[in-house]
Design a protein around this ligand. Structure first.
Ligand code: NAD
Ligand code: UDP
Length: 330
């Protein structure tokens, strides 16, 4: 066990009769890809009330349309770089653009979201005595010199590169989480998420834009590897981490490792035999390899991914095709 249980914190509203029965859960970034699937799962439990705070930078109301108007659901347009004054029992703090094209678009804002946003959510957790889970990232390992990456590896990150706003931002967010835990006794959970895919992923997103059905752009050299976790497995891992007794950080990802060329070949075989595979120039600091060591998740959370890439890709393709209004290619 890595958690030292902090003293219970009084919250006048939580103690009132009205709020006692339900668990109030805030999901920041809940209009995004992983966040909206997390909301779907949390809403299945009738004891949960879910509040989403999102500024819609990369997320959309559309991802949550089935819950809008539901009595146990609330959606707030809110930027986490501003303080949020509400009463909740748990906070899943996801707000942050995840894809390189979006987090590099306004790097200063990305840092603010990671640092000031996490600070604000920790402040909220402290005020109301809520447990808070941060979705950190495998990017904290940078271009890793240890493979696969265990949580004990401190990483190889460029502090001044074009990806640093995200990588270093998340590293500071993790530091803030542990400092609030040690200094203020906040109950924290840190998930280090590895590449995740599935329906509702942004259509303009990095590698799995692959499924753009007509062309698959492989950034050179194409031998760089990633490990892709299907979103339902990811959500299951996040909830187990939140409900368990370990602070983390814990890697959550699928250890099945593929080169970007292998991924393209899978797309060709499973989705579209006519897809044109095109080699293009890469962007700076692209990690050469990435694969989670999930020993800790298995031991401490009893979690491991169930969905194989071969089974997940077609599920994602269907969603992309419907959204793009494209015909089936195979
Ligand atoms: P996403 O971009 O689909 O979702 C992020 C959400 O946060 C969006 O709805 C966006 O509008 C919102 N947001 C961004 N900045 C905000 C701000 N300042 N205030 C309020 N809302 C804001 O990304 P995702 O893939 O769902 O990622 C969710 C979390 O998981 C992120 O923290 C990301 O860093 C982490 N993560 C994701 C992956 C992945 O492969 N998808 C990998 C590692 C870590
Ligand atoms: N990539 C690719 N083709 C693309 C986009 C990305 O081959 O059209 C590669 C990219 O070089 C990287 C991997 O896919 O090695 C994953 O990229 P992504 O943008 O999804 O995010 P990252 O894992 O780098 O954060």
């Amino acid at each position: 066990k890595t958690t030292t249980k902090p003293p219970p914190m009084p919250s006048p509203l939580r103690n009132s009769k009205f709020f006692q029965s339900n668990m109030r859960i805030l999901v920041t970034g809940g209009a995004g890809f992983i966040g909206s699937h997390l909301v779907d799962k949390l809403m299945e439990n009738e004891k949960n009330e879910v509040i989403v705070a999102d500024n819609y930078f990369t997320g959309s109301k559309d991802n949550l349309k089935k819950w809008i108007g539901h009595p146990r659901f609330e959606l707030i347009r809110h930027d986490v770089t501003e303080p949020l004054l509400i009463e909740v029992d748990q906070i899943y703090h996801l707000a942050c653009p995840a894809s390189p094209i979006f987090y590099k678009y306004n790097p200063v804002k990305t840092i603010k979201t990671n640092v000031i946003g996490t600070l604000n959510m920790l402040g909220l957790a402290k005020r109301v005595g809520a447990r808070i889970l941060l979705t950190s990232t495998s990017e904290v390992y940078g271009d890793p010199l240890v493979h696969p990456q265990p949580e004990s590896y401190w990483g190889n990150v460029n502090p001044i590169g074009v990806r640093s706003c995200y990588d270093e931002g998340k590293r500071v967010a993790e530091t803030l989480m542990f400092d609030y835990h040690r200094q203020h006794g906040i109950e924290i959970r840190i998930a280090r998420i590895f590449n995740t895919y599935g329906p509702r992923m942004n259509i303009d997103d990095g590698v799995l834009l692959a499924i753009s059905l007509l062309k698959h752009f492989v950034q050179k050299p194409g031998t760089q590897t990633r490990s892709f976790c299907y979103v339902s497995d990811m959500v299951d891992g996040l909830i187990r981490l939140m409900e368990g007794e370990n602070t983390g950080p814990i890697n959550i990802g699928n250890p099945g490792e593929f080169t970007m060329i292998e991924l393209a070949e899978n797309v060709k075989e499973l989705i579209n035999p006519n897809v044109e595979i095109k080699m293009v120039e890469n962007t700076p600091d692209d990690p050469r390899q990435r694969k989670p060591d999930i020993t800790k998740a298995k031991e401490l959370l009893g979690w491991e991914p169930k969905v194989k890439l071969r089974d997940g890709l077609p599920l994602m393709e269907e969603d992309f095709r419907l959204r793009l209004g494209a015909p089936k290619m195979k």
